[in-house]
Design a protein around this ligand. Structure first.
Ligand SMILES: Nc1ncnc2c1ncn2[C@@H]1O[C@H](COP(=O)(O)OP(=O)(O)OP(=O)(O)O)[C@@H](O)[C@H]1O
Length: 219
């Protein structure tokens, strides 16, 4: 469960600070699939990166299953992210010169675990995404939808408590988007907590709950 209390965030800018978040309170229950929507610039990505332990808020706190994550030191926070969170971004961010299997193994790098076990977990995650036959392929030899499924496999390889996704279908055609949202639905039905930012109202329909941001505040 995530509990965010009165999150604020300002970014420095030429004409004074930009207030990206102006006091957001939010709870996401374990097993929920929550979609964050709002116009461009409303603060969606900022909120996701703060909930996901990637950016300290200006003020406020984020607790995940009872741990106040921003009270951890940098190493503690990195370790917490590696153990409990998975991330999917719009542009996949696959490493082009690593195979699908090697890309999926990346989040396991900081964890003390034998290489053979890391390979096994990566192959399992790829198989769950229907990519058992693609483990040795480079991203450039995969379709856009397959690359996105490798990115999802990489995000779930550590069996994260929470999966964060920022515009996961932003670069995909509508049929492939539907496939990806179908995979999210399956993960959710298997108990996965998912927090997803999207512009796309069609994607919002897959979520259990939609929250809307406007000018850095929840509507
Ligand atoms: N690194 C940064 N430096 C300065 N301003 C920023 C930075 N990141 C975001 N902002 C500003 O903060 C506000 C919120 O941005 P954010 O990216 O969180 O919104 P968003 O709703 O995700 O937008 P989009 O849908 O376009 O991705 C915007 O006004 C944006 O210009």
């Amino acid at each position: 469960m995530i509990t965010a209390h009165h999150i604020t965030k300002e970014y420095p800018s030429g004409e004074g600070a930009v207030a990206a978040l102006r006091g957001v309170d939010l709870t996401v229950e374990t097993g929920e699939f929550v979609c964050i929507m709002g116009q461009s610039g409303s603060g969606k990505s900022t909120l996701l990166t703060i909930l996901g332990g990637m950016c300290h808020p200006g003020s406020g706190s984020v607790e995940v299953d009872g741990t106040a994550i921003y009270r951890l030191d940098d190493n503690g926070l990195a370790d917490f992210r590696a153990r409990h969170f998975g991330f999917i971004f719009q542009s996949f961010h696959l490493v082009p010169y690593l195979t699908a299997q090697e890309n999926v193994m990346l989040p396991l790098a900081p964890l003390a675990m034998a290489a053979a076990e890391k390979r096994r977990l990566a192959n399992d995650a790829l198989a769950r995404m229907g990519l058992a036959g693609c483990t040795g392929r480079l991203p450039g030899r995969l379709s856009g939808g397959e690359q996105e499924r490798v990115a999802i496999a990489r995000a779930v390889v550590n069996r994260p408590a929470i999966l964060f996704a920022d515009e996961p279908t932003g670069n995909l055609d509508s049929a492939t988007s539907d496939q990806v949202m179908g995979l999210f639905t399956e993960l959710h039905q298997a108990g996965q907590t998912i927090v997803m930012v999207t512009h796309n109202p069609d994607n919002g329909h897959y979520a259990q709950r939609t929250i809307r941001l406007k000018d850095g505040l929840l509507l």
